[in-house]
Design a protein around this ligand. Sequence first.
Ligand code: CA
Length: 324
Amino acid sequence: MPQGRPIVIAHRGACGYLPEHSLAAKVLAHGFGADYLEQDVILTQDDVPIVFHDLELESLTDVARHYPDRARSDGHWYAIDFTLAELRALSLNERVDPHTGARTWPRRFAGQGLRFPIVTLEEELELVRALNAARGTAAGVYTEVKSPAWHRAQGKDPSRIVLDTLARHGFTGRGANVFLQCFDDEELKRIRGELGCDLKLIQLVGENAWQEAATDYDRLRSADGLRAVASYADGVGPSIAMLVGFPGGGAAAVPSGLCAAAHALGLAVHPYTLRVDSLPPGAASLGEVHRALFEVVRADGVFTDFPDLTLAYLNARDGAGHGP
Ligand code: CA
């Protein structure tokens, strides 16, 4: 990619067009020319890392139909209670509210009678390697360790397994074409320290109210917090709303100062998530959001459900012949 051009991270694949984390969504993102394909990783009962966003299966698969008696007493079907062989029976679907069946993204993929198997991390890394070889491209991977504290409370260590899997596929060292991301700051410090990881690390920044991890994100975004992040990570992944506000009515986007503060510490900034069907409050178009992120706050990349639209913006901005 051109030096300094922001990176386009296909969020859960090109999930604006196909069920998230299906192999098909990853192939489409690769075909679009995304710089990185994202993996959310959780563990099965038999310790296989799979590419799946939720700890529970029911919003994203047909688990209730295949295994009606396997929910826990809290009403959720947890992937960690199933072996990979059992999970192979399931098909991924567009995200739904499992209680009502309502689709989260009504305008997205609505194919009927198609099967999209759950994908292991091994399989996805092999897909990226083989597609890169076949196409003469160098797409990277952008892997998230999901809920490490929750996994460890269940007797599992996803970070160690993810790092071992990445290493087996050649992803080792500073130059490897991979970012490792996590919401949990204590776990990222452990990954850098105890687990001796020298990959590029991204500290995801959530809202405390989400209870994504025990991390205090208000502190993390402070000057002291960002300085601490810079001691173990290479960048931050905040929400778009944390970086820039849209007053609406055609008024200029308002930077929060977070991007500049992170840049001053040498941290890359990769915000989440661009969605043409769910623009930030006050934003009138995807183009307005692209301009705010890349021309106003100057983010170094973005997680996008629509990598083709983000690439089209950047290619048009940079002029024909300067694209990836
Ligand atoms: Ca993620």
